[in-house]
Design a protein around this ligand. Structure first.
Ligand code: AR6
Length: 180
C-alpha cells in the first residue's frame, strides 16, 4: 500500500470517526478537560472517566489506552502533548514522543485505523505550522516499518489547522515520491 493511501487529512469531529481508535489530547490527570478532551468524554459517557481514574494519570509525551464506550471507536488512546513555552523546553521532542507513543500503543493492540486531533495546537498553544510538520513527519517515519495500521486520519477542527496539516502532508509525500 502507498503511504498516500494510508494517511489523510480532513475536517471533522473526532468523536464521530468510525475507526478502531481515536486519540485524545488530554492533560496529565486524564480526568477530562476542555477542547477535544471534553468532547471525547461527553460523547463516550461517564464510564470513560471511571476507567481513566484507575490509570493514575499520564506523564507528558506518553500515552494510555482505554475503551471507547459510547463512541463509534472501540478504543481511546490518551496522550499528553507539550504546553508551548517558546520552543526551548523540549516541546518538539515531546510532541514527537506523543505521536510515536500513540502509534506504538495502537500496534500493541493490533489497531488498524486511528484518528488523531491536532495535539497541543489548542489550549496548549503549540504553533500550528510547526506542529503539523512534526506530526506528519513522525507518522511517515513510523510507517516505514511494518505496522498493524492501515489507516491514519488527521482530523482538523478549523480551517487554519486543515490548511496546515494538508500542506505538510502534501509536501512530505511529494518529497518521498520525488526521491523514489
Ligand atoms: N474534534 C477534533 N478536533 C477538535 C475537537 C473535536 N471534537 N475539539 C477541539 N478540537 P485542545 P491541546 C481541536 O485544546 O492543545 C484540554 O482541556 C482544537 O480546535 O483540545 O492539546 C485538555 O484537558 C485544536 O485544533 O488540546 C488539556 O488540558 C485541537 O483539537 C488541554 O486542553 C487541540 O486542542 C490540551 O490542549
Amino acid at each position: 500500500m502507498e503511504i498516500s493511501d494510508i494517511i489523510s487529512v480532513s475536517m471533522g469531529d473526532i468523536v464521530e470517526q468510525e475507526v478502531d481508535a481515536i486519540v485524545n489530547a488530554a492533560n496529565n490527570s486524564l480526568l477530562g478537560g476542555g477542547g477535544v478532551d471534553g468532547a471525547i468524554h461527553d460523547a463516550a459517557g461517564p464510564e470513560l472517566l471511571e476507567e481513566c481514574r484507575k490509570l493514575g494519570g499520564c506523564p507528558t509525551g506518553e500515552a494510555r489506552i482505554t475503551k471507547g464506550y459510547l463512541l463509534p471507536a472501540k478504543w481511546v488512546i490518551h496522550t499528553v502533548g507539550p504546553v508551548w513555552n517558546g520552543g526551548n523546553s523540549m516541546e518538539d521532542q515531546i510532541l514527537i514522543s506523543a505521536y510515536s507513543n500513540c502509534l506504538f500503543l495502537a500496534e500493541k493492540h493490533d489497531i488498524r485505523s486511528i484518528a488523531f486531533p491536532g495535539i497541543s495546537i489548542g489550549a496548549y498553544g503549540f504553533p500550528v505550522d510547526r506542529a503539523s510538520v512534526l506530526a506528519v513527519r513522525t507518522i511517515l517515519e513510523h510507517m516505514n516499518r511494518p505496522s498493524s495500521l492501515e489507516e491514519i486520519r488527521l482530523i482538523c477542527f478549523n480551517d487554519e489547522a486543515y490548511k496546515s496539516y494538508s500542506y505538510a502532508l502534501k509536501a512530505f509525500v511529494s518529497e518521498i515520491y520525488s526521491t523514489k
